[in-house]
Ligand binder design. Structure first.
Ligand SMILES: Cc1ncc(COP(=O)(O)O)c(C=O)c1O
Length: 390
């Protein structure tokens, strides 16, 4: 059953929540509209909802997307596809990653479209009885999965396999998010290689199925690619991939994306500490003047990176900035609230998102932990309750 969707953020009953991610569905809709406007009118969006929809809740997000007209979804693995089907998703679901061929029956049962990672895999899959849908993967430079342009015959052969219904063909851009000259040249080469293969197949009058290439930054930066589908991931969620990236920030006003998730937890306890005391595990933080601290209900087992320890990572309480001190523990962490008045047990702490007049982007956590926002979001764990609102 889908969770309750609150009409507005303020209506959310947070009283029983320990750590929670607020998901703003209105911002999702806005991002979909912005992304659609970046694409050809007849190019459809594949909602990339792998890794629990980048931490936002796969079934809930896909259900919402399906309700606003999204006709295709992509997941990483068969179990994610099954989860969506069991959650009531009716539209196309592409499994982007490897599925052992012994699971062909389940692919068929759940009407999943399997990525054909190369010819030899496709042959093995075809040798098992039953007809499964497949999208052929082309390797245009990433060297992760797919057949290269040097193996045109193998690509053509896949269209002939009797137990696979080929409904699409695609590749993936591996450097589209970079503004470096060499990466732009590389991406253009990937696009050229892709077009070359598609043109060669068309010369043979092969029914290609749905043709798709662009991921988020492929959509944002490489406009005017006229294909059937595009596969945005991170931009659906309204944030940049590299936390320091300025590409999204520099988009014109009508193309600005809106972050969908805010991450919050609670104050468990407030206490005064004296000079010379230490905070948390290890001898990581020594108090050098009397301060007020709060213990809060989020830790690395919630998917919040321990690597932000010792980095003065900011948080918000009552709309004012505090900072994480000491090592992040498995389930809790301590914050400095010396400059914030009247903090008490049960108050909400914002890790990223809006609180009062202040806003903390997810980028801070990703930057301080030395990763990309995709990882920060997709690692948010099961103990963090997702709450949906308009
Ligand atoms: C094959 C494929 N397509 C699309 C995406 C979405 O990528 P992004 O989040 O950069 O839009 C991914 C994510 O890694 C992917 O692996």
């Amino acid at each position: 059953m889908l969770p309750r969707i609150y009409n507005k953020r303020e209506d959310i009953d947070t009283s029983r929540l320990r750590a929670f991610a607020e998901i703003n569905l209105t911002n999702f809709k806005h991002n979909i509209e912005v992304i659609s406007n970046m694409l050809d009118e007849d190019c459809e969006i594949v909602g990339v909802v792998k890794a629990n929809a980048y931490g936002h809740g796969a079934v809930e997000v896909a259900s919402y997307f399906e309700g606003i007209g999204i006709k295709h979804f992509a997941v990483a693995c068969i179990s994610e596809g099954i989860e969506l089907r069991e959650g009531g998703i009716k539209n196309e679901i592409i499994v982007l990653g490897y599925t052992p061929v012994c699971q062909k029956e389940e692919l068929i049962k759940y009407d999943l479209t399997q990525t054909l990672i190369n010819e030899s895999y496709a042959k093995k899959l075809s040798n098992i009885k039953g007809i499964v849908k497949g999208h052929i993967k082309l390797n245009t430079g990433m060297n992760r999965l797919g057949e290269t342009k040097e193996h045109l015959e193998k690509i053509k052969n896949m269209y002939e396999l009797k137990n696979i219904n080929i409904t699409g063909i695609f590749s993936h851009l591996s450097r589209a998010d970079s503004d470096l000259e060499e990466d732009i040249i590389f991406t253009r080469k990937q696009i050229d290689k892709f077009n070359y293969i598609i043109d060669e197949l068309k010369l043979d009058n092969i029914e290609l199925g749905e043709v798709h290439l662009q991921n988020s930054y492929g959509i944002v930066k490489y406009r005017g690619i006229h294909l059937d589908l595009a596969r945005p991931g991170i931009i659906l969620y309204g944030v940049s991939c590299d936390p320091c990236d300025k590409i999204l920030a520099n988009l014109p006003k009508n193309e600005k994306l809106k972050p969908v998730m805010s991450l919050r937890c609670k104050v468990a306890m407030v206490k005064e500490v004296e000079e010379g005391e230490t905070i948390g595990y290890g001898n990581n933080f020594t108090v050098n003047e009397p301060m007020r601290i709060a213990t809060v209900t989020l830790g690395y087992a919630d998917g919040f990176s321990r690597a932000v320890s010792k980095k003065d990572c900011k948080v918000l309480v009552h709309g004012q900035f505090g900072r994480i001190i000491g090592n992040v523990c498995m389930d809790q962490m301590m914050i400095d609230i010396s400059n914030i008045d009247d903090v008490k047990e049960g108050d909400i702490v914002t890790i990223f998102g809006q609180d009062g007049d202040n806003y903390l982007p997810v980028n801070q956590v990703s930057e301080l932990s030395g990763t990309i926002t995709n990882e920060t979001l997709s690692c948010i764990g099961n103990r963090v309750k997702r709450v949906y609102h308009f």
